[in-house]
Design a protein around this ligand. Structure first.
Ligand SMILES: [Zn+2]
Length: 134
C-alpha cells in the first residue's frame, strides 16, 4: 500500500509545521516571516532553528538539518517516513487508507478482471470441446 503524492500533500497541508513544532515543546519567536526557536537536533543557546509557516519548511542554521513537517517527525522521533505519515494522518484525523495510490488500486482491479476473463475463457473452451453448450 503506497500513499499517493496527493495524499502526502494533503497530510502536509493539514499539519501546520509551526503547530507541530510547538507541540514538541519548541518555543518559537517570530522574526519577520520566519519563526525561530532552539534546535531540537543539536545543543544550542541561541535560536538558529528556523520555521517558515508559508513554505512549511524548517532549517537549522546551526547544524544544517532541514525539511518539511514529515521530515521533522522522522528526524525527531527517529522513525520511518511511513510511520511519520501514519502519525501525521492520525493527528489530522485522516484515514491513511483513503490516500493510497489510486494507480495501484486500478492495476489490481484490472489484474483481477483479466484473471476472471481468462478463467471464463478456459471454461468456455472446455465446454465447447465436450460438445456441450456453455
Ligand atoms: Zn540544529
Amino acid at each position: 500500500m503506497r500513499v499517493s503524492r496527493e495524499g502526502i500533500d494533503e497530510i502536509k497541508r493539514r499539519n501546520d509545521l509551526c503547530e507541530v513544532v510547538l507541540e514538541h515543546g519548541i518555543e518559537l519567536k517570530r522574526r519577520g516571516r520566519t519563526y525561530f526557536g532552539l534546535c531540537p537536533f543539536h545543543q544550542e543557546k541561541t535560536s538558529s532553528f528556523a520555521v517558515s509557516r508559508e513554505s512549511g519548511l524548517f532549517h537549522c542554521f546551526g547544524c544544517g538539518v532541514g525539511g518539511d513537517v514529515i521530515g521533522f517527525i522522522v528526524r525527531y522521533h527517529q522513525i520511518s517516513f511511513r510511520e511519520a505519515l501514519d502519525r501525521l494522518a492520525a493527528r489530522a484525523g485522516i484515514a491513511l487508507e483513503t490516500l493510497v495510490e489510486p494507480s495501484s488500486r486500478i492495476t489490481s482491479r484490472e489484474e483481477m478482471a483479466r484473471r476472471l476473463h481468462e478463467r471464463a475463457a478456459v471454461r468456455f473452451t472446455r465446454l465447447a470441446a465436450n460438445g456441450r453448450r456453455p
